[in-house]
Design a protein around this ligand. Structure first.
Ligand SMILES: [Zn+2]
Length: 310
């Protein structure tokens, strides 16, 4: 039985899955926003956050995006990115520039939290089914002291693929989507968004630059602007198609120490939470989805105004 104390909780090793479980009792006490309750992230007298670690200055209240330590942290490196002073702001309805500012904050805090971690994860939860606890638009960045089983497996798969075939696995996936055409959601000179051939959920979308490097935090401003525009466009299309569904966005990027690995490429993974995993998923780990990626892409492509294919 392997366990290690960690930030007021514990990391326990699951010998069957060869993966860690995080025991984080303090997160059970985090607040859930109630209608009419004062919002701790809104500027004003009710604002209540730990001292900020970073801000993008500007706007009416002196900041446009800010980062603060997460009071109900999973680790000693766990921050909240407050994406806007406006409580009713959203990635799907903001401007391209505002969304790019949020992605820029993710990059900045990713770099800042990286020392003494095994991996830094960036994620955004939207809606109750995706695990949201406070309604004010925010995302989270957490440094972990271990690599998850999924991260270890993906690293090894990408490394072996690159060694044996001399090509990036992520690049081949992107090329397959481009040559097939039926799974492309959005494409311009800088970025491509597509639904994976074998998605883990209905309407899952991957967004990545044509030539993504291994490290999201090192991506250039032009790539980030294009990625932001693409993400906002697709979230708006998802709203139009499904009516503001719950979703998670995560940044898939190199773990600490792999920032220049030639076999990796970063991407954004957007996973709507429309279906509840049940017994088959639990028994096998195999996702079941009722919507084909070709159908999902065709619907979203129409909504983002891309020409249809096939
Ligand atoms: Zn608020």
């Amino acid at each position: 039985m392997t366990a290690r104390p960690w930030h007021g909780g514990e990391l326990r090793w699951n010998a069957e899955t060869e993966d860690w479980t995080v025991l984080a009792p303090s997160r059970g006490s985090r607040p859930h926003s109630a209608a009419g309750a004062a919002c701790p992230f809104c500027p004003g007298p009710a604002e209540d956050t730990p001292p900020e670690t970073w801000r993008l200055p500007g706007g009416d209240v002196g900041w446009r995006v800010r980062a603060v330590p997460n009071r109900y942290a999973l680790s000693d490196r766990h921050e909240i990115v407050i994406e806007s002073p406006r409580h009713d702001w959203d990635l799907a309805t903001g401007t391209d520039g505002e969304v790019a500012d949020v992605l820029g904050a993710w990059q900045h805090r990713h770099r800042a939290l990286r020392p003494a971690t095994a991996q830094v994860v960036v994620f955004r939860n939207h809606g109750l089914a995706a695990g949201i606890s406070l309604a004010h638009p925010h995302s989270q960045i957490a440094g972990l002291p271990v690599l998850s089983a999924e991260t270890r497996r993906e690293l090894e798969t990408a490394r072996v693929h690159h060694r044996d075939r001399g090509r990036l696995l992520a690049g081949e996936q992107l090329e397959a989507a481009l040559s097939d055409g039926k799974r492309i959601v959005f494409a311009d000179d800088h970025v491509v968004a597509y639904t994976p051939f074998a998605p883990i959920a209905a309407y899952e979308v991957r967004i990545l630059p044509h030539r993504a490097g291994p490290d999201f935090a090192a991506a250039g401003a032009e790539e980030i602007r294009a990625t932001a525009r693409c993400l906002r466009t697709i979230l708006a299309a998802l709203r139009a198609e499904l009516g503001d569904p719950a979703y998670n966005v995560v940044v898939r990027t190199a773990p600490t120490g792999y920032e220049t690995a030639p076999f990796l490429a970063w991407s954004l993974q957007l996973v709507p939470r429309l279906e509840t995993p049940a017994g088959l998923e639990l028994a096998t780990g195999v996702p079941v989805t009722t919507v084909s990626p070709e159908h999902a892409a065709a619907r979203l492509r129409t909504l983002v105004g891309m020409a249809d294919v096939g």
